[in-house]
Ligand binder design. Structure first.
Ligand SMILES: [Zn+2]
Length: 284
């Protein structure tokens, strides 16, 4: 007998009656319930949850995020084949032998947490953290938008960093919604963003307080999403400036963005997404 079920738990149980598959996300969200069902011999015990986080950076920021996420039970994949000498000295554990930043970050986390599930390179992930310098890395986010993969932007500049928006494609403001809103405020923004986002060998970095603050925000958003309640992290960005308290900015889905978040759901959403899929980054 199961008592005190929430509405979400009840809906999950109803779905179990018609579907035998339990996704890794459902395993994370309903672990207690699944354990109770397994204990009652109603369900086969699930394999251990294995939600994967991809981090598009393996410098000081990506490593800080990845290390904390691994500690929080995520399987972490670093995707950054930049050279290790273009990261600040002291970024990685002493004695780590690697030529790429992703290899060095992976080895550093393993040296501190041998049980951590950490890997490098391309591959599927449940959620992404997209780290960049100067302007949000829309070129990294485009395939995530078309594949409906949630992602969180972390963008650093000389003053600090900006964390957000946390994007659930088609549900909340995306990187292009954000860019369109910035361009409404400052018509020069698209040109500036293009210049700031130009490829640079140096890895994004920031002061210690900004890196720590950004890591905390990222872990907060990821944890909320994993437990099924990311609403407070959508449609917002957090601005971290060295030596100052954080500021929160509200964002909104932009009516001219093709991501579908500003439009009604249904066929119209599918049509908007199909258009979005054909567009190139920077042309929105
Ligand atoms: Zn959008």
């Amino acid at each position: 007998m199961l008592r005190g079920l929430t509405d979400t738990q009840r809906r999950f149980l109803e779905r179990l009656e018609t579907s035998a598959t339990v996704t890794p996300l459902q395993q994370q969200r309903h672990r207690d319930l699944i354990d109770a069902l397994a204990a009652a011999d109603v369900l086969e015990p699930p394999p251990p949850p294995s939600l994967t986080l991809a981090v598009s950076d393996a410098g000081p920021i990506g490593l800080s995020v990845g290390r904390s996420a691994a500690r929080d039970g995520w399987a972490v994949r670093f995707i950054d084949d930049g050279r290790i000498e273009h990261a600040p000295p002291g970024t990685y554990s002493t004695g780590v032998i690697a030529s790429s930043r992703q290899g060095a970050a992976c080895a550093t986390v393993r040296s501190q947490m041998p049980q951590a599930r950490v890997s490098v390179g391309d591959g599927p992930a449940d959620v992404w953290v997209v780290v960049s310098h100067g302007a949000p890395a829309l070129e990294v986010a485009l395939p995530l938008m078309t594949a409906d993969v949630p992602h969180l932007f972390v963008c650093v500049d000389e003053r600090g960093s900006r964390v957000g928006p946390f994007v659930e494609p088609g549900i909340g403001a995306c990187g292009w919604c954000d860019g369109l809103a910035r361009a409404d405020e400052d018509p020069a923004w698209p040109r500036i963003a293009l210049q700031l986002g130009a490829p640079h060998p140096a890895t994004p970095t920031a002061s210690a307080d900004v890196i720590a603050g950004a890591t905390a925000l990222v872990l907060g958003a990821l944890g909320a999403w994993r437990s099924g309640d990311a609403e407070l992290w959508r449609n917002s960005a957090h601005v971290l400036t060295t030596g100052q308290p954080n500021a929160r900015r509200t964002l909104a889905p932009h009516p001219r963005c093709g991501c579908g978040a500003a439009g009604p759901v249904g066929d119209d959403l599918a049509a908007r997404r199909a258009r979005f899929q054909q567009s190139e980054p920077g042309q929105q």
